[in-house]
Structure formats: structure tokens, C-alpha cells
Design a protein around this ligand. Structure first.
Ligand SMILES: Cc1cc2nc3c(=O)[nH]c(=O)nc-3n(C[C@H](O)[C@H](O)[C@H](O)COP(=O)(O)O)c2cc1C
Length: 201
């Protein structure tokens, strides 16, 4: 992770397949944002150390997670970010394990916000976030399922759920490039995200 993520958009890509469909959508979304005047940085969750929540209660007194992995770094970038792109393919009707591990580690933020009343993320200005999702099958319920989980996490993290792009029926690596609209739509969403952020200054 570099300092470039400070005060820009951060993109968290939850697919293990680098160069896969989700990854390509994230790149297009970031490109759109750049074209609209706001840079961003992508993180591959699969390449970070994110242990699943241990339900140890270590966060109950301080609101801070006691697991020493890459999550504190992600939190520090999220606190400084002006916008978020979260992306995951559908795995078994839900988000990938990499994405869900990230989300479950939001438990310390839930504790800070609701039990300790000392929110970890600034409450006054919600940053906007978008959700990108691809699935091999044509089952819209899977996307709704994933969307509900992401929305809960966004609420805990004080991220405003701005919009989403869902692409069913996309299975092979890189297949999203052959979709007639997907890459353009992801670029357009990135531009929109950047515009919303820049207009709010
Ligand atoms: C372990 C695993 C589970 C999957 N489960 C589902 C599923 O439940 N529903 C679905 O529509 N696609 C499922 N897929 C297909 C992926 O969503 C699809 O291949 C997607 O394009 C992968 O995106 P990526 O290239 O960004 O990794 C699964 C794929 C894998 C590897």
C-alpha cells in the first residue's frame, strides 16, 4: 500500500482472480474516476493478510481490533478515502471469503459505533461507495443477497451506498470484456462517483 491512497478513492477487489471479471470492472471504474479528475488505488484483498474475525471480544473495551494483520492499514486508508469501490464476484450465492472476511472484521467498528458511541469513522460526512458484482449464473437473488451484506457493512463504516453494477451470466475469466456495456458502465459509474465527491467539496 502506498501513500497515494490518501484522500482519493480506494478500490477493494475481492476476487482471487487477478485480471478476472471483477478486477477488470474495478480498473474501468477507477479509470472513469481518473478521467473525472480523481485518482484512486486498488487493493487486491486476496493479496492482503485479513484473518476472519475470531469473536474474541478483544474490541469490546476499546473498539479496536486486536488481530495484528493488514486490517489496521485498510482502516487507516478507509478513514482518509473520499470514496470507495467495493467489488466481489458471487461465490456460493454470496460474497467471496476474502470480501466477507473484510466485512466481518468491521465488528470492531460496530462496537465503536453502537456500544462505545465513539465511531471509528467520521460521522459528519459519509463518503460515497459503489458496489460491483459479477456472477456466473443468472440468479438475481445472489446479487440481492450480496447487496444486503454490503449495505450493512457500508452502514457500519459510515459509507453512503451510492450505486451498484450487477452482471449475471459472466463466468469465464475476462468474459466481461465481451459484454456489450459492462466496461463502459463501470467507467461511467467511476466518473459519477468522482463527480459526486468533487462536487461535495
Ligand atoms: C468457488 C466458486 C463459487 C461460485 N459460486 C457461484 C454462485 O453461487 N453463483 C454464481 O452465479 N456464480 C458462482 N461462481 C462463478 C463466479 O461468480 C464467476 O466465475 C465470476 O465471473 C468470477 O469473477 P472473477 O473473474 O472476477 O473472479 C462461483 C465461482 C467459484 C470459483
Amino acid at each position: 500500500m502506498t501513500a497515494a491512497a490518501n484522500r482519493s478513492i480506494i478500490a477493494l477487489c475481492g476476487s482471487p482472480r487477478v485480471g478476472g471479471n471483477t478486477d477488470l470492472l474495478v480498473d474501468a471504474c477507477l479509470q472513469g474516476a481518473r478521467e473525472a479528475g480523481l485518482g484512486g488505488e486498488k487493493f487486491q484483498l486476496n493479496q492482503l493478510q485479513i484473518r476472519p474475525c475470531q469473536e474474541c471480544g478483544g474490541c469490546l473495551k476499546s473498539g479496536q481490533c486486536v488481530i495484528g494483520d493488514d486490517m489496521p492499514k485498510i482502516y487507516s486508508y478507509l478513514r482518509q478515502a473520499r470514496g470507495l469501490i467495493l467489488a466481489s464476484p458471487i461465490f456460493f450465492g454470496s460474497l467471496t471469503a476474502q470480501t466477507k472476511a473484510l466485512i466481518d472484521r468491521g465488528q470492531c467498528c460496530w462496537v465503536a459505533k453502537y456500544l462505545l458511541k465513539t465511531p471509528f469513522f467520521p460521522q459528519e460526512a459519509k463518503i460515497p461507495g459503489v458496489f460491483l458484482c459479477v456472477g456466473g449464473m443468472n440468479r438475481y437473488q445472489f446479487f440481492q443477497n450480496a447487496q444486503q451484506i454490503v449495505k450493512v457493512w457500508f452502514t457500519i463504516m459510515n459509507i453512503r451506498y451510492l450505486s451498484e453494477l450487477f452482471y449475471p451470466g459472466i463466468d469465464q475469466k475476462g468474459q466481461i470484456k465481451r459484454h456489450p456495456l459492462a466496461i463502459q458502465q463501470a467507467m461511467r459509474l467511476g466518473r459519477y462517483l468522482a463527480q459526486i465527491i468533487l462536487e461535495s467539496v
